[in-house]
Write a protein that binds this ligand. Structure first.
Ligand code: SF4
Length: 402
């Protein structure tokens, strides 16, 4: 019997992303969908998110099981706790949250307080991701970050005291003029905090940002790709004894019980599995559709207030719906899965999902990239993954699959 594919997807627990598009100020390198100086909208925005969550659940053909919830931004940690309480009340009322669900908050080190973190932990957050970025004052200034290393130290200590046992630190490397030894110092200090997880991203210069403008006017040098590669290589070696690199930019601490605190929410993306997005500009991927919400907080609040009649998985805030055909889904599965440096794309999973062998569908791409030494098969050809060399040239590898 054929089961409709949408319903099949519904049987597996999903991930939920909730976008919080508010920041205290804009950082010079950031092109995210976020706004400074409009915190007065938070109250109406939180109510709109609750309405969107309620709307979707009430239109769903069955209970929606949730395995991860991620509040990203923007800066979710500037939202007063009462609004998280309101959103959690809605989620726990209308969705089936599975036991051991991962519930993450992105936080900036400043402004934070112990009492705030404790309250969030009590509400149900069990993972915190702190935007440290660097330990070097001049680098933080270059990035327009408003915190310093002392704020990071307090944020980590308070998070631990508040009961967060799963803590990530975000750092950025490859800054204009960055010295390798400064990166080493930042990373060594970050490791000293004993985080369960590290996300270490190479800076990309985005058009339209303040930093992008300074570079194009010649006021700052462009990031040096050779130095970024040297930093990345040193980082992989430095972390190898204590951490598992499971994704191009992500490391999980090796735990005594052999468990690995991977970010389950991001794994859902990298496995190209369905997720629902709520809030301004949020994206979702469900039932072979990519859904995009209206961009600005004001338009979002307005759209949610219209009570427009739409069908699951759309909500009144959905502004774009792109049908993803099977070819595109296969390409995206390769591009995302190959980010997973250990696991790669598993042959069996690919076949179960698409009814075709990955090495037949992408015969030429795989053979070319293997001969260039950028991809490799795991023993027994169980999965295809980036080689060590391929990790430095990930974007070139992924582009071959589009
Ligand atoms: S705090 Fe984060 S989201 Fe906000 S502007 Fe800075 S980098 Fe962007």
């Amino acid at each position: 019997m054929d089961i409709p594919r949408g319903i099949l997807a519904l049987m597996d627990p999903l991930s939920v992303y909730i976008h919080i598009p508010f920041c205290k100020s804009r950082c010079g390198y950031c092109d995210f969908n976020t706004y400074a100086g409009v915190e007065y909208l938070i109250d109406a925005y939180a109510s709109a998110v609750c309405r969107e969550l309620t709307f979707l659940s009430q239109n769903a053909p069955e209970d929606i099981p949730i395995k991860t919830i991620f509040f990203g931004g923007g800066t979710p940690s500037i939202v007063p706790e009462k609004y998280f309480e309101q959103i959690f009340d809605t989620i726990f009322r209308f969705y089936r949250i599975i036991d051991e669900a991962e519930i993450s908050l992105e936080a900036n080190p400043w402004p934070l307080t112990y009492l705030y973190l404790k309250r969030l932990r009590q509400l149900g957050f069990n993972r915190i991701s702190i935007g440290m970025q660097s330990a070097i004052r001049s680098e933080l200034r270059l990035l327009d970050r408003r915190h310093d290393f002392c704020d990071v130290s307090n944020a980590v200590e308070w998070s631990r005291r508040a009961g967060f046992e799963n803590l990530n630190l975000d750092l950025i490397f490859g800054l204009p003029g960055q010295k390798v030894r400064d990166w080493m110092e930042s990373l060594q200090l970050a490791v000293g905090f004993q985080p369960e997880h590290l996300s270490l991203y190479a800076l990309t210069i985005e058009e339209g940002t303040v930093l992008g403008g300074q570079i194009s006017k010649g006021l700052l040098p462009s990031p040096d790709e050779d130095i970024a590669a040297e930093i990345y290589e040193w980082t992989m070696e430095y972390l190898a004894s204590e951490f598992t690199q499971y994704e191009i930019s992500n490391w999980a601490h090796s735990m005594p019980d052999n468990s690995s605190p991977f970010c389950n929410h991001n794994l859902q993306y990298w496995h190209n599995q369905p997720y629902l997005g709520f809030g301004a500009g949020a994206h979702g991927w469900f039932d072979h559709k990519r859904l995009v919400n209206v961009l600005t907080p004001v338009d979002y609040i307005r759209a949610i207030g219209t009570h427009k009649k739409v069908h699951f998985p759309h909500t009144p805030a959905t502004t774009e719906i792109n049908l993803i055909d099977i070819e595109t889904e296969m390409q995206e599965t390769m591009m995302l899965g190959l980010r997973l440096t250990q696991e790669g794309v598993k042959s069996e999973n690919f076949y179960t999902r698409f009814g075709k062998e990955m090495e037949v569908v992408f015969e030429k791409e795989i053979s070319d990239l293997c001969s260039l030494g950028l991809l490799e098969w795991s023993p027994g050809r169980k999965s295809l993954r980036l080689s060590y060399r391929g990790r430095f040239l990930g974007n070139q590898v992924f582009l071959r699959f589009v």
